[in-house]
Design a binder for this molecule. Structure first.
Ligand SMILES: [Zn+2]
Length: 253
């Protein structure tokens, strides 16, 4: 074991040039590599930087600048109970299932995307957008029966619903579209969205096959606004937003 660790430490030295490398986490990189030898060092470092070597919700960082449009919210990064974006606007009624709101830029981009879809013969409607901390808390606990042990409930619920403060919906930059079923993937609207969302500055936030990185089951209906430039870059990178953020953006916020 000792020899294996020394070998890994030597290998790791070659990656110190990476901008997202953190010398204070070298022991964590090595431990994670011991458990995931199939992953490249770049992926090991990225995943430890996301926090994936820790249990979800155990090592939580408070988000200092929640208004930054590229804010990352996940199971390791939490928005405050009070945070509500200041520029929420109601989406046009033809693309809205009630009086749902997005932040100004996301609202404009979403309406543009919906208009483009209409021209192709597809109907898009927002079915969930901004959610407050308190509302997210209700969503998270809505199925909990008091007799069920809390930890057991959380283990099941965490796969499909974020805990309060950890939902991207609280940013006002995320939108669920049309249908909360896995089969949305195969609908013409679901297919069109995956192909074109980048053109309007949106990304598919919880992709298929990336559940171990995002911490969520595949959500073909959940899109996140990032702006066109970043959305395109993310698309080209093939990464999840969690990975892209720690590699390229973290030091900018
Ligand atoms: Zn969603």
């Amino acid at each position: 074991m000792e020899e294996r660790i020394i070998g890994l430490s030597e290998e790791l030295l070659e990656y110190r040039y990476l901008t997202y490398y953190d010398k204070t986490k070298e022991n964590r990189y090595i431990n994670y590599k011991l458990q995931h030898s199939e992953l490249s060092w770049e992926d090991i470092i990225t995943r430890v930087e996301i926090g994936l070597d820790y249990t979800y919700y155990c090592e939580v960082e408070s988000i200092s600048f929640p208004d930054i449009f590229f804010v990352l919210v996940n199971k390791y990064r939490q928005l405050s109970r009070e945070y509500i974006p200041g520029d929420l606007e109601v989406i046009a009624p033809e693309y809205n299932s009630s009086t749902l709101m997005l932040r100004h830029s996301a609202r404009i981009a979403f309406e543009e995307m919906c208009q483009a879809a209409v021209r192709e013969g597809y109907i898009l409607k927002a079915i969930s957008t901004f959610r407050s901390f308190l509302y997210q808390n209700q969503v998270y606990y809505k199925n909990w029966l008091e007799e069920q042990p809390l930890e057991q409930y959380q283990a099941e619920r965490d796969r499909v619903s974020a805990r309060a403060g950890h939902s991207e919906h609280q940013t006002g930059l995320a939108v669920d579209i049309n249908d909360l079923e896995q089969t949305f993937e195969y609908t013409p609207e679901g297919i069109w969205l995956r192909e074109h969302c980048y053109e309007y500055g949106f990304i598919l936030r919880y992709p298929k096959g990336k559940e171990d990185i995002t911490g969520y089951d595949y959500e073909p209906w959940h899109f996140r606004y990032l702006g066109k430039e970043m959305a395109y870059q993310l698309q080209d990178s093939g990464m999840t937003y969690d990975e892209y953020y720690v590699r390229n953006l973290r030091n900018a916020d």
